[in-house]
Design a protein around this ligand. Sequence first.
Ligand code: NAD
Ligand code: ZN
Length: 254
Amino acid sequence: MTQALVDILREGKNIVFFGGAGVSTESSIPDFRSEDGLYRARKIYGYPPEQLLSYSFFMRHMDTFYRYYKENLLHPEAKPNPAHIALARLEEMGRLSAVITQNIDGLHSLAGSKNVLELHGSVLRNYCMDCGEKYPLAFILDPQNCTDSAGKEGIVPRCEKCGGVIRPDVVLYEEMLSEGVLADSTRAISRADTLIVGGTSLVVYPAAGLLQYFRGKKLVLINLEKTPYDRMAHLIIHDRVGKVLGGAVEGLSV
Ligand code: NAD
Ligand code: ZN
């Protein structure tokens, strides 16, 4: 199975990777849809993730949004796993032109990937909703920079310059994806000869719709469970993406 992937990687001159939450589960960041994923949210916070992470919920219930967000979406201790590292190596070898990700954890850049298109933004970037001042993750994690709804030290981060609410530079439900990132992703996929899709359930749109722009020869799907696109793939591997990609890129170098 992995040998078939090694062969595809060896033939590929312009490989693009498109991934989702499953790429980071081997870095101990849970995904949304696996059994132990963030769907437990409903039990603990009283709402499903789609609602907790929507723009209207954020505007109405900032305290609950930030409690859920900080307890579940921020993993400052997480390290890149073999999937992130293998993709960075493929780019370095000149075989891979872009990593397109639905993840917001910043782990691809941390692994050394240069051309990373973050469709849903990044938890590492934050900005004041009033004056636009930018803040790193460490700032919003410090309770001294946050207030609660009564204005005391709390959970909602506030701008040092103007006191406005700081929000993460991530795309919330109900919000549009960045047109620039979407255009770059469409272009990268439409030029690729090989598309590797990994660790995504392919049910979140418009991101999943990007697959339709692929005109190349080889589509590879690596996911623990079936996806709606399995029948379109040349190679389907139902296994862990870190293990599979890590092994395949190692196989390439020998
Ligand atoms: P998803 O949770 O819907 O699906 C993840 C898929 O990956 C599942 O089909 C699961 O079976 C598979 N998977 C899990 N671990 C895997 C592994 N080790 N190897 C191979 N497959 C594995 O995720 P999605 O499709 O990316 O979309 C959900 C949304 O959740 C996205 O918008 C994304 O922004 C957000 N999200 C991001 C993170 C993150 O940044 N790490 C984490 C959770 C959710
Ligand atoms: Zn401000």
